[in-house]
Design a protein around this ligand. Structure first.
Ligand SMILES: O=c1[nH]c(=O)c2nc[nH]c2[nH]1
Ligand SMILES: [Zn+2]
Length: 476
């Protein structure tokens, strides 16, 4: 909870539309004690804000905290990581030449099972929350583990630290794919454990101001069909969101076909998306990570159900899963956001995911068969588009588009102050600001500066971060 009314002054940049950033220069934004934006005044310097806007609101000047963006700095909406595995953080960068299925067995399940040690879980979760906040992630959709106390601890730590989060207790009960020491005893036991975690989070944050539970079947291959069906029913009963993985890797897709023939699911075909749909898991509140190899029919089904996609380009490249054709999804009206997918992805930074999304979209152009009449150039994603995915797209993916993702009256102040290095006449960076690899000479337009940030920026540029008006990170 923010304690004071706040006045933010300077340049604000946010997404106006998928391919358009809006630059609000010399603007004043007021944020009340609840962390809500109460006014956005353009062409409003500090004097005018203090003399005219604050009195209208009944805010006493001396009681207002003022934060000014300096030269080379701008406010930007906080990033939303729509897919990240908190317990896998210690493995970031450790994946060798593995691909999804042997990566899970070799690296991932052993680490996740070890986090039932709550001291270890606390250490890992404290660090991943700190790290993601320091990269400007104000909201994350976390997969935890199957362990209820450790999952609840992740929720407690996010709440205490002030990071907005969706927390999912991982469900997996299929004996042929889940390790004996890391699986639910039955579908019923899995649902009961999920209910326990939901109850904990409801007690922690009854109005879901910051933290909300999310129903989390790991993915079809580690689930029995009864588990998927029961989780679908739980989602319908509770109206909670759902997160899972879909169509990440070709071997995974083949496995789904053998585990879930239409005789098991009652579906019309053996498509992967069809399995989730048959279980009631494809809804407008569902976050599907990856969706790399969707058939045209599956993409149409996902679009019809209004399910959302978390695009994880870093992970898809690292694990050799493939290159998602995001433009195809966007063209169908499927809402997309970005996921770091730590530790399939090696970086906890959404800015890095945005950069990877640009690069992967170029690889999509180089790859594949030329199809007559198809304009492959359209597959390229622009800087503006990936920043939309990182903020407003992500907000819609996790169902928070009415609360975060842009600067407007009534929205909540989830934001980051970005600072770029300003190079002075002597060739040195002005002042004590560390702009990292982003050097601005002063002749660049603001769109060019933002592009420099997207291609060369990192956490050295993330100067301050707020969630719901509360300062949750300040770079030393
Ligand atoms: O990227 C991924 N990370 C995981 O932990 C996982 N589990 C199933 N499928 C997965 N994909
Ligand atoms: Zn994942």
């Amino acid at each position: 909870m923010a304690t004071k009314n706040k006045l933010f002054l300077g340049l604000f940049v946010h997404s106006k539309a998928l391919n358009e950033l809006e630059y609000l220069h010399d603007t004043a934004v007021g944020v009340d004690k609840e962390g809500k934006i109460t006014f956005v005044e353009r062409d409003c310097a500090e004097k005018k804000a203090r003399e005219t806007v604050l009195p209208q609101l009944g805010w006493k000047d001396a009681e207002v905290e003022v934060v000014k963006a300096k030269e080379g700095q701008f406010f930007f909406p906080g990033f939303i990581d729509t897919h990240i595995h908190a317990p896998q953080y210690p493995n970031a960068g450790i994946f060798g030449n593995s691909t999804l299925l042997n990566w899970l067995d070799t690296y991932t399940f052993p680490l996740e099972v070890s986090l039932s040690d709550l001291a270890k879980a606390r250490r890992v979760y404290t660090r991943v929350i700190h790290k993601t906040l320091s990269h400007g992630t104000t909201c994350a959709a976390y997969f935890a583990t199957i362990d209820v106390p450790a999952t609840n601890l992740l929720a407690d730590l996010c709440h205490a630290r002030g990071q907005r989060a969706l927390i999912g207790r991982v469900c997996m009960d299929e004996p042929s794919t889940s390790p004996a020491n890391y699986r639910d005893e039955s579908a019923e036991a899995s649902v009961a454990a999920t209910r326990e975690s939901i109850a904990h989070i409801r007690a922690l944050d009854p109005t879901h101001t910051l933290i909300r539970p999310i129903i989390t079947p790991r993915f079809a291959p580690t689930s029995t069909f009864p588990l998927l069906v029961q989780l679908g029913a739980l989602a319908a009963e509770t109206t909670l969101p759902i997160q899972t993985h879909l169509s990440e890797n070709r071997a995974e897709i083949a496995l789904v076909k053998t585990l879930f023939p239409p005789t098991v699911t009652g579906a019309a075909d053996d498509s992967y998306a069809g399995v989730y749909d048959a279980a009631g898991l494809l809804t407008g509140r569902t976050v599907l990570a990856h969706a790399v190899h969707l058939t045209t029919g599956e993409a149409a089904l996902v679009a019809r159900r209004g399910a959302k996609v978390s695009h994880c380009p870093g992970s898809n490249t690292a694990l050799g899963s493939g290159a998602a054709r995001v433009r195809r999804l966007l063209d169908r009206g499927i809402v997309c956001g970005l996921g770091t997918d730590v530790s399939g992805g090696f970086s906890p930074s959404v800015l890095e995911a945005a950069r990877a999304a640009v690069m992967v979209s170029r690889h999509v152009v180089f790859m594949g068969e030329e199809v007559a009449g198809e304009d492959r150039e359209r597959e390229k994603l622009s800087v503006e588009e990936v920043l939309f995915l990182a903020t407003r797209g992500g907000a819609e993916v996790v169902g928070l588009e009415e609360r975060v993702g842009k600067f407007a009256v009534g929205m909540e102040w989830d934001a980051q102050l970005v600072g770029l290095g300003v190079v002075g006449e002597d060739g040195e960076v002005v002042g004590d600001e560390d702009g990292g690899d982003v050097d601005v000479f002063g002749w660049e337009t603001w769109p060019d500066r933002v592009a420099k940030w997207v291609y060369n920026g990192d956490d050295r540029n993330t100067k301050m971060v707020w969630v719901k008006g509360r300062l949750v990170h300040a770079r030393k």
